[in-house]
Ligand binder design. Structure first.
Ligand SMILES: [Zn+2]
Length: 123
């Protein structure tokens, strides 16, 4: 895997990994095209910072989680770990001081030890 190579947008400071580690060639082309349209053009500076609603973030996170979980449908631990990341992310957005245990308590009816145990290596 290639080392990440970041380029910074001179207009808004956003970083883009150009190494292509996590994307297909087709997606790299799409990302480059979007980067040119949004950042190299200077459009990003005119729009100000982008903000997404909680529903948009939650929707995108859950779609990504489902898609990645489907890759390992036989392995419950993968799905459990990904769901935990989604739930913790949404909790941390609203409660920046919350820790993982608090995120579990807020999102699961099972005990914190049980939920962490589903994901912990060696179980
Ligand atoms: Zn930019």
């Amino acid at each position: 895997m290639a080392t990440p190579r970041y380029v910074d947008c001179p207009n808004c400071g956003e970083k883009r990994d150009t190494s292509g580690n996590y994307t297909s060639p087709a997606n790299q082309e799409r990302d480059q095209r979007r980067w040119a349209e949004e950042h190299e053009s200077g459009k990003c500076a005119a729009n100000g910072p982008r903000a997404f609603s909680r529903d948009q973030i939650s929707g995108a996170l859950n779609r990504a989680a489902d898609a990645v979980t489907d890759l390992a449908a036989q392995d419950d631990r993968v799905g459990d770990a990904i769901n935990l990341v989604v739930n913790a992310t949404l909790t941390f957005l609203e409660s920046p001081d919350a820790d993982l245990e608090a995120a579990v308590a807020a999102n699961y009816s099972d005990s914190v030890d049980d939920v962490l145990g589903w994901v912990r290596a060696g179980n």
